[in-house]
Design a protein around this ligand. Structure first.
Ligand code: IVH
Length: 702
């Protein structure tokens, strides 16, 4: 852990070192470089929030190595060059890897690869060496142990020697087999190495839904994957859509407990095929086996061109000596194997000028600073505005208006500002000052304790209202035909709407007088709005923007109640009892449904004919149980608790969570306990069994 002052000092030191302002005195230089490298390791591996590119990190690392090589007396055991050690996350059990998980050395061009080939030949004593080439996945590395064909342990890389035991989280990753038939090869225990990633389309969909729910989008897939592996709740891990590619065998033991150097054969390429056969996700057509480095080099550009075609991010290739016997002979440093080399693709970067910083008000009031830049073409798209996320990120990177900034899309679909190019400064750049008041309603902004974002907390803020309405009509929410972002904005400007219920009371006469509106377009708008009234209630729930509730969650939740406002009576315990509902969602549901404004909006919408009941448009099947309350206790045999609830609510009744004088019927199954006792003690409650409940229901609704 670092404190804020240290972070600022280290950021400054890091910037000057990257710019080449290394102290002349070698002792001072290694001290500074070690400090900064340790700091970046912490940001990368613990926080999952790196602030330098891999390339910049490499510059620092290589410089440290060069100075140590030139001054061996300065070498210490704890230098980042001498260990694979990186900081650990304390939340999980610490486990030791069977053999250390090393890093890879990096190369950037054909010359680097030729140098590597020369060293390999020297060390192996071979005149010609075959290489297997694989994609270099941009994710988080893991080690999986299978014993007697069963997955027994999964660990993160951690510091290379010790990692976090994340077995429960790995088990929710569907591409990791829980069982694989290694015994057919005489293998009793094996440790596999691989990379956990999030596929591009999954990542995009996840971000689209986060934006829809008013959450900040994830910045890039790699950090989201590595953060995902270390989440406390495996259910949430499952929602991150993680995938695992396996690319290496770490350690193998046969039935007699003897350590083997191999899997099925001596070839890395063939063993990867074996893993594929056993059900693992391995790089398939993207892989290649080459007779010489010349052949490898001839293929690098082919891969670089195809990079965007893959459904996962790769930041380069990994070139490995194919023959395991040679790998062993060539060996490794404490940092990386000498028989493998990463070949890094050029980052998708460009520089442009930062013209200004704008501010967007989200529908929850969060203020997002947005960089307005001179339009620049980068990896297929023209970019003119880029989210800067929050004040801290701008300050940390020391971005000033007028700066030339480096922007990047590597490993990411959303571009981001890596940082300013300080050498290009003329002195006319303006230090940045975050706004104090809302750009829409001018109320003072606040920054709640733990949050990174400044917020406008004025519930009547027009910008928020506009964003809320744009969200309400959007495809993922009420999906109102004929009503999009621009029309909502126009109607607001014209004073036709100020709140969501206004959408269902539009003054069509006035609209007809607006430029561009004709009978036909007004008719379409009417139709779209009319149709949306019959939407299933989950769409309304999404549309109203309950925080942390996306469409999947809303669908599940809407099934739980007959009327959306029934959630007003739910306790936190009841909510978290539902599958997939954690304390965060429960809290946000309660906040939402106890807010009188939200309740009024739902009532107003209901009054205007918008469906607020379970099921498609249909409300309750009957109202025969209206005003009646039920509670189910003990083990039920005729129906599940959810079915029972649905039956009651479909007929207008309510299910309560506890025994109180408000309760009319207690349906007691086998082994009913304290609730039954309490109900009998109260004496006002009718205690019935399941069969009686069913026949009562039949009688009532006959
Ligand atoms: S082999 C002993 N193969 O890159 C060799 N690593 O920058 C260890 N990586 O820590 C790694 N794709 O997490 C290997 N096809 C691949 C890889 C790969 C991605 C990661 C791995 C490693 C990092 C080094």
């Amino acid at each position: 852990m670092y404190i804020q002052e240290e972070i600022q000092a280290l950021n400054a030191l890091s910037r000057s070192l990257i710019q080449g302002l290394t102290p002349d005195d070698p002792k001072q230089a290694v001290d500074a470089l070690r400090k900064v490298i340790n700091y970046h390791d912490w940001r990368y591996y613990v926080l999952s929030e790196p602030i330098v590119s891999d390339y910049e990190y490499d510059v620092l690392f290589k410089e440290l190595r060069a100075i140590e090589d030139a001054h061996p007396a300065l070498l210490t055991a704890d230098s980042p060059t001498q260990r694979v050690a990186r900081a650990l996350n304390e939340d999980f059990e610490n486990v030791e890897h069977t053999i250390p998980m090393l890093s890879l050395d990096n190369s950037y061009n054909a010359d680097d690869l030729m140098d590597f080939d020369r060293r390999v030949k020297e060390l192996s004593g071979e005149a010609q060496v075959a290489y297997t080439v694989e994609p270099k996945f941009d994710g988080a590395s893991i080690a999986l142990i299978y014993e007697n064909d069963i997955l027994t342990r999964a660990a993160t890389r951690g510091n290379g020697r010790f990692g976090d035991n994340i077995t429960n989280n790995a088990k929710v990753i569907k591409s990791i087999p829980l069982k694989a038939n290694f015994s057919q090869y005489g293998i009793r225990k094996i440790e596999l190495r691989g990379e956990v990633i999030i596929e591009k389309n999954t990542f995009e969909a996840m971000n689209a839904s986060r934006i829809e729910n008013g959450q900040d989008p994830f910045q890039n897939a790699r950090n989201t994957a590595s953060g995902g592996l270390r989440m406390k709740d495996p259910n949430q891990v499952a929602q991150r859509g993680l995938e695992a590619f396996i690319y290496q065998i770490g350690y193998v033991q046969d039935d007699a407990g003897e350590e083997l150097k191999i899997g099925q054969s001596y070839s890395q390429h063939a063993n990867t095929d074996m893993l594929y056969q056993l059900g693992f996700k391995v790089p398939t057509e993207e892989r290649g086996l080459f007779k010489s480095m010349d052949e490898v080099i001839a293929f690098t550009s082919f891969w670089e061109d195809k990079r965007d075609d893959y459904n996962y991010e790769i930041d380069g290739l990994v070139v490995k000596v194919d023959d395991y016997r040679l790998q062993t002979k060539i060996g490794a440093t404490s940092h990386h194997p000498r028989w493998a080399m990463a070949y890094k693709f050029k980052a998708k970067q460009a520089t442009t000028k930062l013209l200004d910083i704008d501010y967007q008000v989200g529908r929850t009031g969060a203020i997002t600073p947005v960089a307005k830049v001179e339009p620049v073409f980068l990896a297929g798209v023209t970019i003119s505005s880029i989210s800067l996320h929050n004040e801290d990120q701008i300050k940390e990177k020391d971005i000033r208006i007028g700066d030339t900034v480096l922007i990047e899309r590597a490993g990411d679909v959303i571009p981001y500002v890596v940082g300013p190019v300080k050498d290009a400064r003329t002195g006319s750049e303006k230090p940045f000052q975050f706004i104090q008041t809302c750009p829409s309603c001018a109320s003072d902004l606040v920054k709640p304790g733990s949050e990174a974002a400044w917020r406008c907390v004025n519930i009547e803020c027009p910008a928020q209202a506009e964003e809320r309405m744009i969200h309400f009509v959007s495809k993922g929410a009420m999906d109102i035909d004929g009503l999009g972002k621009d029309i909502v904005k126009r109607f607001m400007q014209e004073g036709l709407i100020t709140s969501i219920p206004d959408l269902y009371q539009l003054d069509y006469e006035k609209i007809l007088q607006l430029e561009g509106w004709k009978e036909k377009s007004v008719e379409n708008l009417k139709k779209g709005l009319e149709a949306s009234k019959g939407n299933p209630s989950w769409r309304l729930m999404v549309g109203l923007g309950v925080r942390h509730v996306g469409s999947t969650m809303a669908k599940a939740l809407a099934q739980q109640v007959n009327h959306l406002l029934d959630f007003q009576d739910w306790t936190t315990e009841q909510l978290v009892d539902l599958e997939d509902v954690g304390p965060k969602v429960a809290e946000s549901l309660q906040e939402f449904f106890t807010n009188p404004q939200n309740v009024d909006t739902i009532k107003a919408l209901e009054g205007l004919g918008v469906n607020v009941h379970r099921g498609e448009a249909a409300g309750a099947a009957s109202q025969q149980l209206a005003g009646k309350t039920f509670l189910f206790t003990g083990s039920l045999t005729q129906f599940t608790r959810d079915e029972a609830k649905a039956m009651v609510e479909d007929h207008g009744g309510k299910v309560l969570s506890g025994v109180s004088t408000k309760l009319n019927y207690l349906v007691a199954g086998e082994k009913a306990g304290s609730k039954l006792k309490k109900a009998e003690a109260l004496g006002t409650i009718e205690v019935i069994d399941e069969v009686t409940f069913l026949s009562m229901l039949k009688d009532m609704i006959a």
